[in-house]
Each structure stands twice: as structure tokens, then as C-alpha cells.
Design a binder for this molecule. Structure first.
Ligand SMILES: [Zn+2]
Length: 196
């Protein structure tokens, strides 16, 4: 039987996604155990080609997040969408025990998805600018200011550490199955995959 840290994403309903994750105690920060968890998070992030992973999403109830919006990702979006959603490159960023501070009252409402609510999407309001502080790993500074889509990623991932999932914040009427058209064209012979 598979044990955490998993190579897949835990799915909504799993209690690990609904609990408040624990701070990593100082004596555990520079241990092989934590390094291995971070290593697994980065591998899962890149394997699934997503932009953020929180430790509970691989079954670990600790306050660790990884984020990355790599250069090549821009090609996955139409230029107008990339601009409208204020997307930008974010190098690999790893925080242990992150703290988020909202530094702009401006909000943006855009579609958002989550690997732990596989196959669906909805519009979510997020603050435009945040400051994130914590113990940086893999060359991450201890403090960063993020804007636009990067600020959205940080808010989404820190939410996971508090047992909050985007469906708690979404505009309910915008909730959609991302493959609904394919379901029709394939006469229902369509599946949501939980592995890649
Ligand atoms: Zn998520």
C-alpha cells in the first residue's frame, strides 16, 4: 500500500486536505526527512505540469509549499489570457512555515483549478498583491512580494495549509467540469485521470 509522501494528489474528501497543517518545528527543518518531502513535492509539481503544491496534497500535514511558473508555460495560454490574468514567470519557490500578508485591497477574479479537485474549475477572487515570508529552501529568499497570478498561486497554496480549498471561495455558479464538451462529443466515454 502506498504511504505519504505520495506521487499522486490527494483528492477532496481526504481528511488531510481539511486539517490545519502543522508548522515544521525548527529542529526538523534541516533534516533529510524534510528535504525528501520537498524533493517529492517538486517532482510531483513538474510531473503534473502544475504551478503549486502544498504538502497536504501529497498526504503530508506540514506547512510546506512549492510554487513554479516556468518560462515555457506561457505557450499554454493565449497571449490575451496571459496578460489579462497577470501571469508571469515564477522561478521554483519553496517555503516552510509561510506567512501571507495582503498588501493590496485590489482583487482579481479569474478561473482557477486544483489538482486535488481534479477535472473541475471555477472563478475565484484573489488579492492582487501579497507578501510571503517563511523559511526559504532551494535558493528561495525568506521574503517575496508577489503580484497577479503569482499572488494567486501563493494564496491558493497557503489556503491548503489551513484546510481551505478553492471550492470554499469560488463563485459557485462558475463551477465547471473542464471536459464537459468532450463528454458530449465522446457520448460520455470520457474519464478524469488521477495520475499522469
Ligand atoms: Zn490546490
Amino acid at each position: 500500500m502506498s504511504v505519504p509522501p505520495y506521487r499522486h494528489f490527494t483528492q477532496i474528501g481526504d481528511p488531510v486536505l481539511r486539517q490545519v497543517a502543522e508548522e515544521v518545528p525548527p529542529e526538523r527543518i534541516d533534516t533529510k526527512e524534510i528535504d525528501q518531502i520537498i524533493d517529492r513535492m517538486v517532482k510531483v509539481l513538474r510531473h503534473y505540469d502544475c504551478v503549486g503544491v502544498a504538502a497536504p496534497q501529497i498526504g503530508i500535514p506540514l506547512r510546506i509549499i512549492v510554487m513554479e511558473f516556468r518560462e515555457g508555460k506561457q505557450e499554454q495560454f493565449k497571449p490575451e489570457i496571459y496578460e489579462e490574468r497577470k501571469m508571469s514567470t515564477l522561478p521554483l519557490t519553496v517555503f516552510i512555515n509561510p506567512e501571507l500578508e495582503i498588501i493590496s485591497s485590489q482583487v482579481n477574479k479569474h478561473p482557477e483549478g486544483c489538482m486535488s479537485v481534479r477535472g473541475y474549475s471555477a472563478k475565484v477572487e484573489r488579492y492582487d498583491k501579497v507578501r510571503i515570508r517563511g523559511i526559504g529552501k532551494l535558493d528561495t529568499p525568506s521574503e517575496m512580494e508577489l503580484e497577479g497570478w503569482s499572488a494567486r498561486i501563493a494564496q491558493h497554496e497557503v489556503d491548503h495549509l489551513n484546510g481551505t480549498i478553492y471550492v470554499d471561495r469560488m463563485d459557485v455558479s462558475s463551477f465547471n467540469c473542464v471536459s464537459w464538451e468532450q463528454v458530449n462529443s465522446a457520448e460520455g466515454r470520457s474519464a478524469i485521470w488521477f495520475h499522469k
